[in-house]
Design a protein around this ligand. Structure first.
Ligand code: SF4
Ligand code: SF4
Length: 427
């Protein structure tokens, strides 16, 4: 891959409170405040929305070889309207022009797209860093070596159990072996610090130590995320979400191990137990982050794929920058305020009412406490909540879809892709 080795590692972008910077080589983000803004909490600084997203999650395709029970985008088969290569390149150009520091590419399984590696190269050349999530299906030894030599690309392998029976019950038969094989190949190729991404469920919570050890053994960093009731996750949320005692268990575990584990914005609602946890505090949806789906629709975050959080489309609504700046859906999130239960809560500075997506998909109002509020302040509303909104379009296989006609993709998401998708393993 050709790169501009003279390009500075630190990218800076001016913001109303000062600037935000991203160190491409260490993948670290820094917020630089003017002296008069020094005392304000970060959540307040970004409450009105940054001038551009810091990072953007981009679901490149709905195609997936797996059928995970909690898939946040209800993926399975591709949508015929997905952006083509030129459309993807144009979006990368716009990200670069806006100063988006990096893109989290997911899906579906993004490596199933024939142009996936080409798009990665293009993004890096345009100085947009890449992190991509994969179930490992296309991480051959050859591809692992290519990744190890590529600058500014991070790889995140998904796994939902420390053992095959636990993982495969959620992600599908054989998926444990595929994920570990990918991590082994990355390590053998010299790839530095991939991520092992685990959704924290009722089944995985007892094995956090083992998962941390598994990551260590593969030279990876463990990333824990919260199960949200989004996509197919809505169907299993009541069965797999953490029990109250397990929420406490995760909090206590993160108090000890949190400095070695990435959690993003997953567990700030657990700060209601006492001291804040490492990681982000407060929701960045439509303020710091957003999501672009495979057909170019823009949503507030990966867990908020619903018309309620839809801000526009990158091809028909004036482009990503216009959507980011002007969408009423984002303005509503930036103006949101907490209800009385949260405003009167001692943990409000760190929890700020929890996750708007989790509230929405459990039928709670935006100002309500998080459905998993550790102080139990959402319990009554949750019990009374009758109507839970469903995900917009379901791309799961073997379902009857309103938008997508039944097709061979119902049976295999790989129908129509080129045979070289799965080249013989060169080693
Ligand atoms: S009451 Fe609101 S702010 Fe307090 S812990 Fe619960 S969700 Fe968080
Ligand atoms: S809506 Fe929830 S999942 Fe999305 S950015 Fe906010 S806190 Fe995170």
């Amino acid at each position: 891959m050709s790169t501009d080795t003279a390009a500075p590692s630190l990218a800076l972008r001016r913001e109303d409170f000062g600037a935000v910077g991203y160190q491409h080589d260490t993948r670290r983000l820094v917020f630089l405040r003017r002296p008069d803004e020094a005392g304000r909490p970060l959540a307040e600084l970004v409450a009105g929305g940054l001038r551009a997203p810091v990072c953007l999650t981009w679901e490149l395709t709905y195609a997936c070889n797996l059928q995970c029970v909690h898939c946040l985008s209800s993926s399975g088969r591709p949508d015929p309207r997905e952006l083509d290569t030129d459309g993807c390149r144009a979006l990368i150009d716009e990200m670069a022009a806006m100063g988006v520091f990096y893109v989290n590419i997911g899906g579906g399984e993004p490596t199933l797209r024939p142009d996936f590696w080409e798009l990665l190269e293009y993004a890096v050349q345009r100085r947009v860093g890449v992190k991509f999530s994969t179930n490992g299906i296309r991480i051959t030894p050859q591809r692992a070596r290519w990744l190890a030599a590529a600058p500014d690309i991070d790889v995140q392998v998904s796994l939902d159990g420390a053992t095959a029976p636990v993982n495969d019950a959620i992600r599908g038969a054989g998926s444990y072996a595929t994920a570990l094989s990918a991590l082994t190949r990355l390590r053998a190729a010299g790839f530095v610090d991939p991520k092992l991404s685990v959704v924290c469920t009722r089944e995985t919570v007892a094995h956090l130590d083992e998962l941390l050890a598994l990551a260590d053994d593969h030279g990876a960093t463990l990333r824990l995320t919260r199960l949200r009731p989004s996509g197919r996750g809505a169907q299993v949320w009541d069965r797999l979400r953490l029990l109250p005692g397990q929420q406490r268990q995760v909090y206590d575990w993160l108090r000890i191990h949190g400095h070695r584990v990435l959690t993003g914005d997953s567990f700030f609602h657990l700060s209601g137990y006492g001291d804040p946890l490492p990681g982000l505090s407060g929701c960045g949806a439509g303020r710091v982050v957003c999501l672009v789906d495979p057909i170019g629709d823009v949503y507030a975050c990966p867990f908020a794929i619903h018309d309620r959080f839809r801000a526009g489309n990158v091809t028909t609504d004036g482009g990503l920058a216009q959507v980011w700046r002007s969408a009423p859906a984002f303005a509503a999130l930036r103006d949101a305020s907490a209800g009385p239960e949260c405003r009167g809560c001692a943990a409000y500075q760190d929890c700020r009412g929890g996750c708007p997506a989790a509230k929405f998909f459990t039928g709670l109002a935006p100002e309500a406490p998080d459905p998993e509020c550790v102080q139990g302040r959402a319990a009554q509303r949750l019990a009374a909540s009758q109507d839970r909104p469903t995900h917009g379009i379901d791309h799961s296989r073997r379902t009857s879809l309103a938008v997508l006609a039944d097709s061979p993709c119902d049976q295999s998401p790989l129908q129509g892709f080129l045979p070289e998708l799965f080249p013989p393993d060169p080693s």
